[in-house]
Design a binder for this molecule. Structure first.
Ligand code: AMP
Ligand code: MG
Length: 321
């Protein structure tokens, strides 16, 4: 069985780097698609890809950020700061060339296993000091089969967040700072009064009104609703801390869903006994390159899934889609 320990360690280190950037020097650059990026996105990806190169050298990588963008978008002084932080966290000398090499490691490689990396998922949440995660999914034969998600903002007693991972069809969590490992099981709640629903904070990421119509059609209008950023939503379903996560785009949106935003989360939820599907209940298709050819995403504890699929199809029909 694949030894996940090196990647668990890397995700912890990457989350440390993210925290440091948040506390000391949070500046935002803009990518060509107008989405925000920070030096923590690059620093975190460098750590994760370095670990793939050292601990999983036969594997391929698909990752959100790239070396050329790091040079292009991040001012020189900030690049030097990332290099310095990496050197301190890794306990070894690091050069800017190392960082660029790590950022692009494993790209365009054909391998049996692919790491699908989003160094900071929920960058807008990270910048606004809300929730974000560090994520590395594992894909084999076009299917998410495992992964690691570090969630520094996950509600815990020690306020230091949680680490989630899935492997061989089982899902686990552990305090992000280390400690007792817990096996995860999605909840069995089905009643409106006890179901907890999740959705994006950002209105541009998912259409809040459409999702409210779906909950109503599913007989779940009265459920408690929490808005949080990032794949932490998947983690909460897997951990039995929520039952429903809907992601329906704005009606005219042509923006594709990217595989790194859903790979680790899908593996985690499925391993915990929950379900992840397109609007019609079919599985997400991870075989089409960097994006998913889906119309929306329904994530649930499994028990309420068919009922929500039916409601989504009803709403789409009412919209004339
Ligand atoms: P969330 O924090 O769950 O709202 O989603 C974060 C992810 O939404 C990011 O990683 C982006 O890939 C994705 N995203 C960014 N802008 C948009 C947009 N305009 N529409 C849909 N998704 C977006
Ligand atoms: Mg993302």
């Amino acid at each position: 069985m694949l030894d996940l320990q090196p990647m668990l360690h890397a995700v912890r280190l990457a989350a440390d780097l993210c925290r440091r950037v948040q506390e000391t020097h949070l500046v935002t650059e803009e990518k060509s698609d107008h989405s925000p990026v920070t030096m923590a996105d690059y620093g975190a990806q460098a750590i994760l890809c370095r670990t793939v190169s050292q601990a999983y050298p036969a594997d391929a990588v698909i990752a959100e950020e790239a070396g050329a963008q790091f040079i292009e978008l991040v001012p020189e002084a900030d690049r030097r700061e990332v290099v310095q932080m990496l050197s301190e966290l890794l306990g070894e000398p690091v050069s800017q060339d190392d960082v660029v090499r790590w950022l692009d490691y494993g790209r365009e490689v054909q391998a049996e296993r692919t790491w699908v990396i989003d160094p900071i998922d929920g960058t807008k949440g990270f910048i606004a000091l809300r929730n974000y995660v560090v994520a590395a999914g594992i894909m084999v034969a076009g299917k998410p089969v495992g992964g690691v998600i570090g969630a520094p903002g996950y509600p815990t007693e020690d306020r230091r967040g949680k680490l989630f991972y899935a492997q061989s069809g089982a899902a686990f969590s552990q305090p992000l700072a280390g400690g007792v490992v817990t096996r995860l099981k999605a909840s069995t709640r089905v009643q409106e009064a006890e179901v907890r629903a999740l959705e994006s904070v950002e209105k541009s990421h998912a259409n809040h009104e459409r999702m409210a119509r779906v909950r109503e059609a599913a007989g779940l209008a009265g459920v408690s609703l929490t808005r949080i950023d990032s794949m932490e939503k998947y983690a909460r379903i897997a951990a039995g801390d929520a039952e429903l996560y809907l992601r329906l785009p704005r009606i005219a949106s042509s923006r594709p869903f990217m595989i790194w935003d859903h790979c680790a989360g899908t593996a985690l939820v499925e391993a915990a006994g929950g379900r992840v599907s397109d609007v019609d209940g079919s599985p997400l298709d991870f075989t089409q390159g960097l994006s998913l050819a889906n119309r929306g995403i329904i994530v649930s504890n499994g028990a309420i899934h068919d009922r929500v699929v039916e409601a989504v199809m009803q709403v789409l029909q009412d919209e004339g889609a």
